[in-house]
Write a protein that binds this ligand. Structure first.
Ligand code: ADP
Ligand code: ADP
Ligand code: ZN
Length: 220
């Protein structure tokens, strides 16, 4: 089953993904994580992506689409597999959405559901500027909403937490603008296809997860 998590930066896509991965037979494809992984290994792709990421701009479509299919095709899932594939942070433009549709058709697959996170800009700014992440295991925390047990240290693996460079206030504002200008049109795109399901992203993470489970029940 192929599920897209669509929503502005800071909406809680990564947090929901992690809960789904813990509780269900699922894998996640996060283009942001893939770019950061490439950057930490200093690959040409990672260095190119950095120019855009640091400013809060989108990495060019073709680069991103190629990366997406590389990852998708490397997953060991068969057709009709029960496994949930979560698209976290992809697509982010109409042309990425169209490329995804075309590529799915070629593979005799389809997008089953798009979960749209509704969250206001004010909340996004509070969430993103307070976000702390674990560079080792990918766990996500928040200084106020979800602090680690020991300050600055990952509960799961004991590594030191970092603040992403693009979580500074200026870059955050630009990312939200980029979302509003280039990504939010996908809400309409998937709504017209009849596969969009909205959830209230302002609720607590456990409640967001419950809403997700309800939506999943509706299509099963
Ligand atoms: P995204 O992947 O959509 O950018 P994240 O899942 O990384 O968003 O969440 C952004 C920040 O907000 C993180 O610091 C996270 O701990 C916090 N957060 C996520 N979901 C919620 C929620 N439902 N309520 C309060 N804070 C949340
Ligand atoms: P968040 O969910 O907090 O916005 P991500 O980790 O998804 O952050 O993305 C971080 C950055 O990686 C984006 O600001 C952008 O520069 C780049 N990126 C991630 N996914 C895409 C995509 N689908 N298209 C273009 N750029 C992307
Ligand atoms: Zn960790």
């Amino acid at each position: 089953m192929n599920i897209i998590l669509l929503g502005p930066p800071g909406a809680g896509k990564g947090t929901l993904s992690n809960k789904i991965l813990e509780n269900k037979n699922a894998v996640q494809i996060s283009t942001g994580d893939l770019f950061r992984y490439n950057l930490s290994n200093k690959t040409p792709l990672g260095l190119k992506a950095k120019e855009y990421m640091d400013k809060g701009e989108l990495v060019p479509d073709q680069v991103t689409i190629d990366l997406l299919w590389d990852k998708f095709d490397s997953l060991e899932t068969k057709e009709n597999d029960e496994k949930i594939i979560l698209f976290d942070g992809f697509p982010r433009t109409i042309s990425q959405g169209q490329a995804l549709d075309d590529g799915m058709k070629e593979r005799n697959q389809k997008i089953d559901m798009v979960i749209y996170f509704d969250v206001s800009d004010e909340i996004l700014i509070q969430r993103l500027t307070g976000r702390r992440t674990c560079p080792e295991c990918g766990a996500t925390y928040h200084l106020v909403n979800n602090p680690p047990k020991k300050e600055g240290i990952c509960d799961k693996c004991g590594s030191e937490l970092i603040q992403r460079v693009d979580d500074s206030i200026e870059t955050v504002k630009n990312r939200i603008e980029v979302y509003n200008n280039q990504t939010s049109v996908l809400i309409d795109y998937y709504s017209k296809k009849g596969i969009l399901k909205s959830i209230d992203g302002t609720k607590k993470p456990d409640e967001v997860y419950k809403e997700f489970e309800n939506k999943l029940g509706e299509i099963n």
